[in-house]
Design a protein around this ligand. Structure first.
Ligand code: HMG
Ligand code: MG
Length: 315
């Protein structure tokens, strides 16, 4: 137990949790891809620079997808070089070989493919069936690994889907196995529309462990639609997951999933982890200042409770 500083929770460790958590920051990609207005490339670059200044070490920068599908990230060729020199990892999303070519041409060293556990979202997001999407990723992963590029495999709709309802655990396990067998280094389990609850998270992680998926290869990616993201994160930490996706200020959503709202806010996550005595390397004060700065650019307050509490934003 330590003495609390102003603006920080008192650290009271709990048993059975990882000593350190790596935060995979997705605000610049998952957050900004969902903004109605396109954020100018200079603002995005400054956002990423400020995020890097908070101690975050993995900052997802953008996506090399079809510009008509996600116009908000159509400036990837301008943005990536503007931030490439920062001393942090800057993963980028690539749906296919065309995306990989674009990313590799700019020197990207970490890429992410993004699969779906459901047919409806695979169609809406990638214009493919689940199997066709996996076939599209196979050469991407093979070529990336041949160049020693780190590959994350996202899996969306791991818990529920806006068109199909609840998603059976065995179906999620099957697509996870396919992504790992293809050569993905890491899997991020996405609750795209935020419907998961902690028991469901535990059940999925147990099933994945039983299917031989090492917990060290897993990350969790919670959206906070129903206010469950932090509880779900704690359930995942209790199962040994030590990589957590979050979005500064709680920015986010998904343009191809109607009911998706913002991701788990990075500030809310850091507050909880600091309270549990878990090391993240992130300076919470700087992070809050970054989200307040970004909120001013977007013209609305951050939905993060921690940002509001620490910045005394008007509600
Ligand atoms: P498609 O229309 O089927 O594309 O879209 P295609 O393969 O038929 O190609 C058509 C044309 O697009 C071709 O040009 C290609 O060259 C071009 P043409 O020969 O006709 O002149 N093209 C591209 N151009 C630039 N960059 C590319 C690219 N690929 C093809 N990479 C496609 C298929 C996958 C491209 C499209 O569906 C797409 O871009 N989808 C991306 C959707 C997306 O980014 N969604 C958000 C990210 S996922 C997410 O947010 C969930 C996550 O956060 C986790 C969670 O919360 O669950 C990760
Ligand atoms: Mg997401």
């Amino acid at each position: 137990m330590n003495t609390p500083e102003l603006g920080l929770p008192m650290a009271v460790p709990a048993e059975g949790l990882p000593a350190r958590v790596r935060i995979h920051e997705v605000g610049a990609r998952d957050g900004l891809q969902n903004e109605k207005a396109v954020v100018p490339v200079e603002v995005k670059a400054e956002f990423i620079r400020r995020l890097a200044g908070t101690g975050l070490t993995t900052i997802e920068a953008t996506s090399f997808v079809h510009p008509k599908w996600v116009p908000q990230l159509a400036d990837a060729e301008d943005l990536y070089p503007a931030v490439a020199g920062l001393p942090v990892s800057l993963p980028v999303l690539v749906p296919n070989e065309r995306g990989l070519d674009r990313a590799l041409a700019l020197g990207a060293r970490r890429v992410a493919v993004f699969a779906s556990a459901t047919e409806s979202f695979a169609k809406a997001n990638l214009n493919r069936t689940v199997d066709e999407a996996l076939a599209m990723f196979e050469p991407v992963v093979r070529r990336a690994k041949a160049e020693d590029v780190h590959v994350r495999g996202y899996l969306s709709m791991c818990f529920g889907d806006p068109w199909e309802g609840a998603v059976p655990v065995p179906r999620v396990v099957k697509v996870c196995r396919a992504l790992l067998d293809m050569g993905c280094d890491e899997l991020s389990l996405g609750d795209t529309i935020g419907v998961a609850t902690p028991g469901h998270v535990t059940a999925l992680l147990t099933a994945l462990t039983e299917a031989g998926v090492p917990v060290s290869a897993l990350a969790v990616h919670f959206h906070d639609t129903y206010g469950q993201a932090l509880s779900n994160t704690l359930a995942a930490l209790q199962r040994g997951v030590a990589t957590v996706d979050a979005s500064a200020g709680g920015l986010g959503g998904c343009p191809y999933a109607k009911s998706a709202t913002g991701n788990l806010a990075t500030e809310d996550l850091v507050w909880m982890l600091q309270g549990l005595g878990i090391d993240t390397g992130v300076d919470l004060g700087r992070l809050v200042a970054t989200s307040v700065w970004m909120a001013a650019h977007l013209g609305r307050p951050s939905p993060s409770r921690t940002v509001r509490a620490l910045s005394h934003q008007e509600q």
